[in-house]
Structure formats: structure tokens, C-alpha cells
Design a protein around this ligand. Structure first.
Ligand code: GNR
Ligand code: NI
Length: 167
């Protein structure tokens, strides 16, 4: 298992749109293992392949406190959503920035698991937020893009400044 480097906003590659996984191969399974290791090491509750510069529709999530409930979503599709909730979000690609984002309260997602089996999942709470956050990544969208333009400019400047200071 390997810990993969996570792209940091603003990086153009975070805006690439991921492609559907056509077949789940040994390389796919390896990537998923590495993504899980990277998420747990960060630590984070989710990671989209986009964040590790792989532009395929693959997501790993674990919102359990014990870090032993890995959810793998391959080619996830949102088939239903309802309600509204505003929750404070953060992102491994936007370190140190937290802000509230309006999302659906409940979602139903359909995806393939690692074995290539189709399954459907109903989610609410943090899991529902996380699924929507990760599916945004697959579409090239980072959570800060849900915020006002002024906030986005401030976040970009702050991160660029921080990047300069650590060089
Ligand atoms: O670790 C993460 N925590 C989190 C908290 C609230 C809403 C979404 C998230 S996802 C984030 C990990 C990440 O960046 N996934 O893309
Ligand atoms: Ni994120």
C-alpha cells in the first residue's frame, strides 16, 4: 500500500472530469487500496480519485469513528435526493479551510463495489454530505466553488500565500 500525494487547490487538475471505470482490474483494486490508505493517513472521511490525479469515477469513504467501515463507490450515480441541510465542510485538497455548504439532506446512490456488483445505498447525515462532496470532485468541482466568489478569491490568495511561504 502506498500513500499518494493529494492535489492542492488551486490546481487545474482538480477541475478535470473523471471518466467511467470500464473494467475493474488488479490496477483498479490497487488504486482503491492506496486511496483508502491515503484517506486514513490524512486523516479524512472521504477521498475521490481526482484528488490523487486519477481521473476515473472512484470514491472511498469511511465516516465511522473506528475507521473500519470502508465504502467504495465505483461509477456512483445519484438516483434520488431530498431535503436540505447546511453543514460545515473541509477538504483534504483545501487544507485549513472550513465553511458551510448547502446540500441535500438525504441521497440515494447507486454504484459498483470492488467486486463489480451493483448496489444501492440510502444515506443521510455526514455520509450523505460526504457522498455529495466526493461526487462533486469527480465532476471537477471543489467545495469552495459552492461559496461566494469573494470567499473563493480570499481562499485562493490565502493558499497561494501559504504555498509561497513553504517554498
Ligand atoms: O475529511 C473530510 N471531511 C469532510 C468533512 C465535511 C464534509 C466533507 C468532508 S470530505 C473530507 C475529505 C475530502 O476532502 N474528500 O474529498
Ligand atoms: Ni474533498
Amino acid at each position: 500500500m502506498a500513500i499518494l500525494p493529494i492535489l492542492q487547490y488551486p490546481d487545474e487538475r482538480l477541475h478535470k472530469v473523471a471518466k467511467k471505470v470500464e473494467s475493474i482490474t488488479a490496477a483498479t483494486r490497487r488504486l482503491i487500496e492506496d486511496m483508502a490508505a491515503t484517506m486514513y493517513a490524512a486523516p479524512g472521511v472521504g477521498l475521490a480519485a481526482t484528488q490523487v490525479d486519477v481521473h476515473q469515477r472512484i470514491v472511498v469513504i469511511d465516516v465511522s469513528e473506528t475507521h473500519d467501515d470502508l465504502l467504495v463507490l465505483i461509477n456512483p450515480e445519484l438516483i434520488a435526493s431530498s431535503g436540505e441541510s447546511k453543514c460545515e465542510e473541509g477538504c483534504l485538497s483545501v487544507p485549513g479551510i472550513y465553511d458551510k455548504v448547502q446540500r441535500a439532506e438525504r441521497v440515494t446512490v447507486r454504484a459498483l463495489n470492488v467486486k463489480g456488483e451493483l448496489f444501492t445505498l440510502d444515506a443521510e447525515g455526514l455520509l450523505a454530505v460526504c457522498i455529495q462532496h466526493e461526487m462533486d470532485h469527480l465532476m471537477g468541482k471543489v467545495f469552495v466553488e459552492h461559496l461566494s466568489h469573494l470567499k473563493q478569491v480570499r481562499i485562493r490568495n490565502k493558499l497561494k500565500k501559504r504555498l509561497r511561504e513553504t517554498m
